[in-house]
Design a binder for this molecule. Structure first.
Ligand SMILES: C[S@@+](CC[C@H](N)C(=O)[O-])C[C@H]1O[C@@H](n2cnc3c(N)ncnc32)[C@H](O)[C@@H]1O
Length: 362
């Protein structure tokens, strides 16, 4: 699984258990990122409609949310074997991300260039293309030389960057296939795309860290548009202009409130970190103002991967250590019937032991 800021890897079992306790058979995940939560909901039997503004999320969703059991796995393995033995060539990735910046070692960057070009030459489309690009993205992530964010690379090559890039077959996720879209969450909701689901899971960015800038290497790997770049990290030129309102202090609350007010689904599960922009009480009041009953639980968790290894400057040098390594994730569960939510939370707590501590009594 790829390294991702704000990924809900540790929360997935809990969210899945809560969703399984609610009367929901369809769900939307409009900030799907790595698709980890969408996969968890799918495994719980829900049909999931995932979306995100990131190109790489669209590819990951094609592989893990939308792919059904009609995928020709033999053909996929044949393709991965073909791509995996291609000799490396010099291209945009080698020049930009191995020589100008140092995200990958050349022996791997040259293979990425060869594989990515071959995917387009073969004219792969649809699910097969998503599966192959997911395999390449995950393979690249396993041999990169970053601390989890692509704002910087580490000064000395990471240990894993010496390993040869290996394409693995993305796993087939159990559960009914859903859909994936590349869309702004508010525009998607305004178009009615989220209207017919039973449950919406909300996990927007909660601070100033731009996902587009932090994962610019993946964005370029998927778009394959060889963009002009700037700075030590060779960020795409359009990182300067591609901004999410959810990362902006003056705009974040307005877009979040607008989104919540547009939701027609009876059930909402919303994630927030207590290190985020918004006060928990404000989120709770917003959800309650829509006529839903609301419960809030706090989950202790390890902080994102960058925080574990200290603060780095753009050259990858450690310039400080973070003040604490644990934060508190908050889950807000809202819906028409508080007793149903309490029963779902109770069942999830019993399954998850002491992980969940109620923030306030219902
Ligand atoms: C906290 S992350 C979601 C993490 C995800 N739940 C996971 O476990 O991987 C927030 C996501 O919101 C996306 N995003 C940012 N602004 C957005 C917008 N306006 N509409 C939709 N997605 C957006 C980012 O690309 C990022 O993937």
């Amino acid at each position: 699984m790829v390294k991702y800021l704000g990924s809900k890897r540790t929360l997935v079992p809990l969210i899945r258990d809560i969703a399984a306790g609610l009367p929901a058979t369809t769900a939307a995940d409009p900030f799907t990122g790595t698709t980890r939560v969408a996969q968890g909901l799918r495994r719980a039997g829900l049909v999931v409609h995932a979306s995100d503004t990131a190109s790489y999320s669209e590819v990951l969703g094609g592989a893990y949310v939308a792919a059904g059991d009609d995928v020709d796995r033999a053909e996929l393995r044949r393709l991965l074997a073909h791509l995996g033995q291609l000799p490396g060539v010099d291209g945009y990735v080698t020049q930009t991300f191995c020589r100008t910046a140092r995200f990958l070692q050349e022996h791997n960057g040259r293979r990425v260039d060869a594989i990515r070009a071959e995917v387009d030459r073969l004219g792969l489309e649809g699910t097969l293309r998503a599966l192959v690009l997911t395999s390449l993205l995950e393979a690249t992530d396993r041999v990169d030389s970053t601390c989890g964010l692509q704002m910087a690379f580490v000064k000395a090559w990471s240990k894993r960057s010496y390993r040869p890039l290996t394409l693995r077959e993305p796993v087939a996720v159990d559960g009914p296939p859903g859909t994936i879209a590349r869309a702004d969450a508010n525009a998607h909701a305004a178009s009615g795309a989220l209207d017919d689901v039973d449950l919406v899971y909300l996990d927007p960015p909660y601070n100033r860290h731009s996902y587009f800038s932090n994962y610019h290497v993946w964005e370029t790997l998927i778009r394959w548009d060889a963009p002009p770049h700037y700075g030590i990290a060779c960020k795409r030129e359009d990182c300067r202009s591609t901004k999410s309102a959810y990362n902006s202090v003056p705009r974040a609350w307005g877009v979040y409130a607008d989104l919540v007010e547009r939701l027609r689904a009876p059930w909402i599960v919303a994630s927030f970190s207590d290190e985020g922009f918004h006060r928990p009480e404000a989120i709770e009041a917003l959800l309650a103002s829509t006529g839903r009953e609301v419960r809030v639980v706090a989950v202790e968790g390890a902080r994102y991967v960058g925080a574990r290894i200290g603060i780095h400057n753009p050259a990858g040098e450690v310039v400080g250590t973070v003040s604490h390594l644990r934060n508190r994730e908050l889950l807000f569960v809202a819906g028409p019937d508080g007793a149903v939510i309490d029963a779902a939370l109770g069942a999830a707590e019993r399954r998850r032991g002491a992980v969940v501590a109620p923030l306030r009594s219902p």
